[in-house]
Design a protein around this ligand. Structure first.
Ligand code: NAP
Length: 259
């Protein structure tokens, strides 16, 4: 287990107060990593922190809307003040695309709002954090892990969700570029591409029999994923075990994209 011991490490998880992000935060905390959870809702943040109290890890939460650059910069400064360092960042916060509006009816405002959270929000989060990691490398303490939660939608034709698919495809390219730029500083950059996962984001779909009957036979594992299915990849990517693994788009979808 020592390969996955995260004692002394500090990670930021945006959108860490629920769904996939909470499972990532919990998995890291169980390995001894201090976690800083950023989300818009103070209530959800408090509930997440309470749930993590049994892990003995240091937990910190911040109200932050990642679509606002100044809020992400302030949250980075506040995390550094609380923990003194940031070793990893899971830029996971995101909103769904709805999947109902035809492309030709999509408003510019709708398009910008989704990009503001799902793509710009990741840049707002990563820029100040990578700046800190680059400085640390220059000071002789080279280590960084940056991970974005993308989506299988970045690979598939997702009708009526072009804004969501395009923003997630942008994340895949962003993380590959960041991987190449920062590899020599000990900073790895990867994207995780979830398939269909049981969270608040998909609650409407899970109650839609027509949708479920169409999708379930196409998932070889024959179930939606659950947030805990991301625990292992989160610990691995945060750990020293993944030092030579960078620039990847890691699909976790129960085999959906292979079928
Ligand atoms: P979720 O349960 O709805 O969680 C979304 C999280 O993002 C919440 O913690 C939410 O917290 C936070 N968030 C949303 N907008 C934010 C903003 N502007 N600033 C800061 N935090 C924000 O959904 P999820 O399924 O776990 O989604 C997590 C990630 O996985 C997303 O990027 C999503 O696109 C991706 N994903 C999900 C699936 C799936 O099937 N569920 C599939 C592929 C990819 P607050 O409400 O407190 O802000």
């Amino acid at each position: 287990m020592s390969m996955f011991d995260l004692s002394g490490r500090v990670a930021v998880i945006t959108g860490g107060n629920g769904g996939i992000g909470f499972a990532i935060a919990e998995a890291l905390a169980r390995q001894g990593c201090a976690v800083s959870i950023w989300g818009r809702s103070a209530e959800k943040n408090a509930a997440a922190a309470a749930s993590l109290s049994a892990t003995d890890a240091r937990v910190h939460t911040l109200v932050c809307d990642v679509s606002q650059r100044d809020q992400a910069e302030k949250a980075t400064a506040d995390t550094l003040e609380a923990f003194g360092r940031i070793d990893g960042c899971f830029a996971n916060a995101g909103i769904g695309g709805g999947g109902r509006t035809p492309f030709v009816e999509r408003t510019g405002e709708d398009w910008r709002q989704l990009f503001g959270v799902n793509l710009d929000g990741v840049v707002h989060t990563l820029q100040p954090i990578v700046r800190h990691m680059v400085k640390r490398a220059a000071d002789g303490d080279a280590f960084g892990r940056i991970v974005a939660t993308s989506s299988m939608a970045s690979l598939f034709g997702t009708a009526r969700n072009e804004h969501y698919a395009a923003a997630k495809a942008g994340l895949n390219a962003l993380m590959k570029a960041l991987a190449v730029e920062h590899a020599r500083l000990g900073i790895t950059a990867n994207a995780i591409l979830p398939g269909w996962i049981e969270t608040d984001m998909t609650a409407g779909l899970q109650g839609n029999d027509k949708f479920m009957n169409a999708v379930m036979p196409r998932i070889p594992v024959r179930r939606f994923g659950n947030p805990g299915d991301f625990s292992g990849i989160a610990v691995y990517l945060m750990s020293a075990a993944s030092s030579y693994h960078t620039g990847d788009c890691i699909v976790i979808d129960g085999g959906y994209s292979a079928f």
